[in-house]
Design a protein around this ligand. Structure first.
Ligand code: HEC
Length: 128
């Protein structure tokens, strides 16, 4: 009987923890930082892979109507390419020395997004 009550108590505890931590929902799959979807992409596409990142993280300030459009616009290929050519884009997004870290005074963008931009630059920053 004591063993039974002990087990019941244990099960009760687990159930309580479940309710408190919402463990009935499927646990999110944790993708290690090193593994990115872009690793599986042979040729990184400017339009498909890079533009969506810039759109969500940079256009607010660097689109034609953005807050800092007078500094730089990144909503055209030529605008982005100019920052590849002067070597500023890569350090800006990776927060390495060589450029003001971007997005300005904010957290660095997720490492898979940094990796996507780096891979695109390494492949020649094509307008593809
Ligand atoms: C909140 C506004 C804001 C956002 C969002 C933002 N920037 Fe900037 N960006 C700035 C400002 C302000 C400057 C000028 C900073 C300076 O010259 O020190 C700048 C300058 C730059 C420069 C030139 C840096 C240099 O050292 O010459 C690059 C490249 C750049 N941004 C890229 C990006 C990219 C890529 C993103 C998105 C990942 C981004 N920015 C998001 C405000 C922003």
């Amino acid at each position: 009987m004591r063993v039974f009550l002990g087990r019941l108590f244990a099960i009760g505890c687990v159930a309580l923890v479940c309710v408190l931590t919402n463990c009935t929902q499927q646990a999110p799959v944790v993708i290690p930082e090193e593994t990115c979807a872009i690793d599986l992409v042979t040729v990184v596409s400017f339009q498909q892979d890079v533009v969506p990142i810039l759109q969500s993280k940079c256009y607010e300030c660097h689109a034609a109507n953005g807050t800092f459009a007078f500094v730089l616009t990144l909503d055209t290929y030529s605008g982005v390419k100019s920052k590849v050519d002067d070597g500023k884009l890569r350090p800006a997004v990776s927060h390495e020395p060589g450029a003001t870290p971007m997005p300005y005074q904010r957290e660095r963008i997720p490492s898979c997004q940094v990796k996507t931009i780096q891979k695109w630059i390494e492949q020649g920053a094509l307008n593809n």
